[in-house]
Design a protein around this ligand. Structure first.
Ligand code: SF4
Ligand code: SF4
Length: 132
């Protein structure tokens, strides 16, 4: 099994508990979230539309909403991707384990999550420590 995931979605998948933009998005996100937990799944990391974006109503002309928002999203991806080698495929289980080590406080995700509308619904964000 292979997945293509943009950087910031590694965090979002860890926080996913069934909410999304519409039914199609939520079904696909649920499917990706199952696949990323399966032993043997390989992940390619990107800062462009991925296996989650492809079912998102906000994806327009291969961009997230518009140029300004898309640039903001790419910055979120890059804040995650600077911690990983994007030239190789990653073992999914190990990759997602590393996310917990790298991002453990609210300060550590400030560049990624600061403007997100899902703070209240995101288990990953909710479980981060307030400690600095
Ligand atoms: S708070 Fe938003 S951006 Fe941050 S991990 Fe959760 S869903 Fe993703
Ligand atoms: S298109 Fe934008 S809002 Fe939709 S999943 Fe991709 S990054 Fe998130």
């Amino acid at each position: 099994m292979k997945l293509i995931l943009r950087g910031h979605h590694l965090l979002c998948l860890k926080g996913f508990q069934g909410y999304g933009y519409d039914e199609s998005f939520t079904e696909n996100m649920t499917d990706v979230n199952v696949k990323r937990k399966q032993p043997g799944t390989a992940v390619t990391l990107v800062s462009s539309p991925d296996d989650i974006c492809r079912s998102c109503p906000n994806l327009i002309n291969n961009m997230c909403e518009n140029e300004k928002q898309n640039a903001r999203i790419v910055n979120m991806d890059n804040a995650v991707l600077k911690n990983f080698d994007t030239s190789i495929e990653h073992d999914s289980v190990e990759l997602f384990d590393r996310i917990d080590d790298i991002f453990s406080t609210k300060e550590s995700v400030c560049e990624i999550c600061f403007n997100c509308i899902w703070h209240e619904k995101c288990l990953f964000y909710q479980n981060l420590s307030d400690n600095r």
